[in-house]
Design a protein around this ligand. Structure first.
Ligand code: BG6
Length: 513
């Protein structure tokens, strides 16, 4: 299928520029700031979407005053696909500052407050603040509390009117189970009101994820078949070929279920399964997502599979098993792979299984949603298979979230020739072909939305608690029942045999990706 961008491309909102502001990143010495956040901010600058009066302040414990801005510049160039002599780059880097402090040191917050006030004077940032919590999660509560204690969490009000805005972006992981997520919500809500809080999930910044909603609700034809009458089952795969990349201590306490399923995969699931919202307002979209999660009955341990990779080969190179990774317990029970079967007990989806799998060190990096439709009701062409032709197969719609972003619809076509032979063919839309390759990393949209105060693509308190309510009982059941078959898949393969067996009992197979 050839795809051209129509000249009538619909723009949902006219481009808006945020108010002047300072983005303050706590935990700025971490990888995320250099690899993702600063490149994303610079991409916004390149597109003219940042306010003219703008500054970034990195906050962390180490004394990095001299090296921080040059290091960020390097990150923008290498991680953001930016040429080093671009005209906008040096002026942008000139607006990056660094402030060293301990996150539990009151004096540090006093000093930070003064730094920010000085920047307001110098750059005209008008008291508007976006505090980005990118530290290890154990510091979130402290930082929020100190910001509150130091009068930095609320806008200044004059004559009953707010003179500026203050918002906070909270990185994942948002809690490690239902109870801790609730506790964190309570801590943050004591200081910031819900409309100041932006819980980020970078998957929602991905174009292909937002496009799920456009595909479903911006087109007239798909919603009619998007239900239990036409759909046989749905698969969501979030496969990575990388291992844990030196993050042993973090991953040991996380595992695939907490790291990826509770957030990224659950977000994908809600976009696939939600009802059309009455508008694209944050409250309308978030309410529909929560309804999906709440309609999922508790997931029985028999409908779950955990796995852990052993040594194997990835991209032709021998790699160690999870238990041999640095700072990982040699008998670790942490899962690097999780698969679930669940149902959504509502009018649209009752009886349609959703199969989810996510893992590290799998065959390749691919995130994909597969919708498999039912076979036609009458098998008119049941003898239509032949040499290399499969005959009638169910239609499959694949939404490729990454890489090779796009959508493919597979259907049967008559093979030319004197006999009635049917083969499957693809109707394919490729993002890169239609719109060109993009160097955006997903954070651009989310940072911009937070600066604009638009929470549509951020998680609400209710949503976070709803997804943890589904995941926590599984974590508890697994913790009570350690398994001695780990590791149970070799790095570079497609996960444990038990995951295949789970689908086999339903007469199905994971789609080969
Ligand atoms: C992060 C997880 O949230 O998402 C990582 O902590 C994972 O373990 C990453 O690798 C995947 O993100 P992406 O955008 O590369 O699919």
């Amino acid at each position: 299928m050839s795809t051209n961008i129509s000249s009538t491309a619909a723009v949902q909102q006219p481009e808006r520029t945020p108010d002047p502001c300072i983005v303050v990143i706590f935990g700025a010495s971490g990888d995320l700031t250099k690899r993702k956040l600063l490149p994303a901010l610079y991409h916004l600058e390149q597109s003219g979407l940042l306010p003219k009066d703008f500054a970034v302040v990195g906050v962390a414990r180490r004394p990095l005053e001299k090296s921080f801005a040059p290091d960020m510049k390097e990150g923008i160039i290498s991680g953001g696909g930016v040429e080093k002599d671009e005209a906008k780059l040096d002026p942008f880097v000139g607006r990056i500052q660094y402030h060293a402090m301990n996150f539990d040191d009151a004096a540090g917050y006093d000093a930070l407050k003064k730094v920010l006030a000085d920047i307001d004077k110098k750059f005209g940032t008008k008291g508007n603040r976006l505090f980005y919590l990118a530290t290890a999660p154990e510091y979130f509560s402290d930082i929020v509390k100190y910001l509150g204690d130091h009068g930095m969490a609320k806008p200044e009000v004059k004559d009953g009117e707010a003179k500026n805005w203050v918002r906070t972006i909270v990185e994942k992981p948002f809690g490690h189970d239902l109870e801790s997520a609730k506790a964190l919500n309570n801590e943050v809500n004591k200081v910031f009101s819900e409309d100041q809080i932006f819980r980020i999930d970078h998957y929602l910044g991905k174009e292909t994820v937002q496009n799920i909603l456009v595909f479903r609700f911006g087109n007239g034809i798909f919603e009619n078949v998007w239900n239990r009458n036409y759909i046989d089952h749905v698969e969501i795969t979030a496969a990575e070929s990388i291992g844990i990349e030196g993050r042993g201590p973090f991953y040991e306490t996380a595992g695939a279920l907490r790291d990826v399923v509770q957030n990224h995969v659950m977000e994908l699931l809600s976009f696939v399964a939600m009802e059309p919202p009455v508008s694209f307002e944050a409250s309308a979209v978030r309410a529909e997502k929560v309804k999906v999660w709440k309609a999922i009955p508790p997931i029985h341990p028999a409908d779950t599979v955990r796995g852990q990779y052993g040594p194997g080969t990835v991209d032709g190179k021998a790699v160690v098993g999870y238990r041999q990774e640095e700072r990982v317990h040699p008998r670790s029970q942490t899962e690097t792979y999780a698969a679930l079967r669940l149902e959504i007990d509502n009018w649209r989806w009752a009886g349609v299984p959703f199969y989810i799998r996510a893992g590290k060190r799998l065959g390749k990096r691919v995130t994909e949603i597969t919708i498999q439709f039912k076979l036609p009701p009458q098998m008119l062409f049941k003898d239509a298979q032949g040499k290399g032709a499969e005959g009638i197969q169910p239609n499959v719609l694949s939404m490729r979230i990454q890489p090779d972003e796009g959508i493919t619809l597979q259907f049967g076509a008559k093979v030319p020739g004197p006999t009635m032979t049917i083969s499957k063919v693809d109707m394919d839309f490729s993002y890169a072909e239609a719109f060109g390759k993009s160097s955006a990393n997903g954070y651009e949209r989310l940072l911009l939305d937070a600066m604009l105060g638009d929470a549509t693509l951020f998680a609400h308190r209710d949503g976070v608690e709803a997804t943890w309510s589904l995941i926590t009982p599984i974590l508890e059941a697994w913790a009570k029942d350690p398994i001695n078959s780990l590791p149970n898949y070799a790095a570079g393969t497609w996960g444990p045999a038990t995951a295949d067996a789970m689908l086999k009992t339903d007469g199905r197979k994971w789609r080969k990706l």
